[in-house]
Design a protein around this ligand. Sequence first.
Ligand code: AMP
Ligand code: ZN
Length: 114
Amino acid sequence: MKDCIFCKIVSGEIPSKKVYEDDKVFAFEDISPEAPVHVLIIPKKHIASINELSDEDKDLIGHIFLVSQKLAKEYNIEDSGYRIINNCGEDAGQTVKHVHFHLLGGRQLNWPPG
Ligand code: AMP
Ligand code: ZN
């Protein structure tokens, strides 16, 4: 989608530190990491937020979780633990309107979140 920074990252128009790609999903390091491991996993297809998901996206979302699991293994946080976060909407602090899942790990993460 025009004017979406994550669509531009998928197309290569905006550079990123890519860590995974297949026909449906793209993953890259967050530009402003909040933990030693901070990766964003996104669908290549533009979906603005979880609110816009439909039935046809069921496999895609399941696939994103399996990619997250694979990346957690690669970053060696499989056993130490990690968090997969999606922020949806203003109160949750969603700043980029293209669905993304944060994979965070490599340090003790606080709970509850702020
Ligand atoms: P959220 O607040 O959940 O919408 O998360 C958006 C995330 O995207 C933030 O953690 C940003 O640091 C990250 N981000 C924004 N622009 C870029 C970029 N060009 N490359 C990598 N990460 C980005
Ligand atoms: Zn987009």
